[in-house]
Design a protein around this ligand. Sequence first.
Ligand code: ACO
Length: 342
Amino acid sequence: KGCKLVGCGSALPSIQISNDNLSEIVDTNDEWISVRTGIRNRRILSRKESLTAMATEAAQKALQMAKVEPNDVDLVLLCTSTPEDLFGSAPQIQKALGCSHNPLAYDITAACSGFLLGLVSAACYIRGGGFNNVLVIGADALSRYVDWTDRGSCILFGDAAGAVLLQVITPFHIFLIEEDGLFAFDMHSDGEGQRHLKAGMKENNTDQELATNGSLLGLLPKGSSSYSCIEMNGKEVFRFAVRVVPHSIELALEKAGLGVSSIDWLILHQANQRIIDAVATRLEVPQERVISNLANYGNTSAASIPLALDEAVRSGKVQAGDTIATAGFGAGLTWGSAIVRW
Ligand code: ACO
């Protein structure tokens, strides 16, 4: 069995924050941010908006494009590092979509590589059999974990959701189309690099509780742990991305038996325009084949690849049959790439 991409969709929060807006809260300016990152605006979830609702909207649009009913979905994979329930938000999306036959739905946590891992997982489920329509949603609200006093990181992130629907290719279809929609992939992680980018768990113990140390109560966690804001060594993350991403794409192309000239579109995780440019230059992919929407949305973590894909498809840039090289990279550290056909 093979699979194909048959729909995509995206959704954005209502609040837009420009570089000038940020310069009102930290010591920065539009020129520094746009020259160093390519980012000019980002969308941020308001306190009244929910990640789950935004992810559901993106998934609904993907289903509409694919002309597939919610009841025909067999699996919902929510790629997010910012769920609204510690135990996962995917089942809430499955419920909101109205998939009444209770298909499996669960979260995948791999920061900015999350969508790529979800895409490959979906393809593996379909190839294994028993799954015909799999929704892969990338959605993140990193604004909830940003230190808004840290000018080195708060300028980078935005919130968004994007989704794709992967569908089985039956033997009859394969006879007609001949090729699977996921040609090849390459994925890695390196826990050693976690120190460069993290949002670790913190226990909210009060001084009084710490004073009870020694008693059983003092040994038990308080039960209201939370996560620290994002701590990032931007230079190290930059170096890591520029080092690993071109190599990963080359490996995936080699596995697919394709050369760089076969790439119609390069859609990288949208983290920094200088990273995108450096990877494209290393691979010798011409600028006109590189998709970037970073200026409008910043780094939207697991949402960035499906958001960029959705815009490119709906604007008519990406056409049916195009070959796309895509790559995710980020916290973990995690990274990987896939060669897919739209
Ligand atoms: N405005 C003005 N000045 C600033 C700002 C700012 N927002 N931020 C930092 N500076 C200053 C620094 O203090 C420093 O000043 P100094 O020279 O007086 O010490 C100077 O600008 C240079 O700072 P650097 O940190 O060296 O700047 P750099 O060129 O490395 O750019 C950046 C920083 C944009 C963060 C870059 O390193 C980057 O994009 N790295 C990749 C980060 C990334 O992609 N992270 C997400 C990964 S995905 C995930 O999983 C979440």
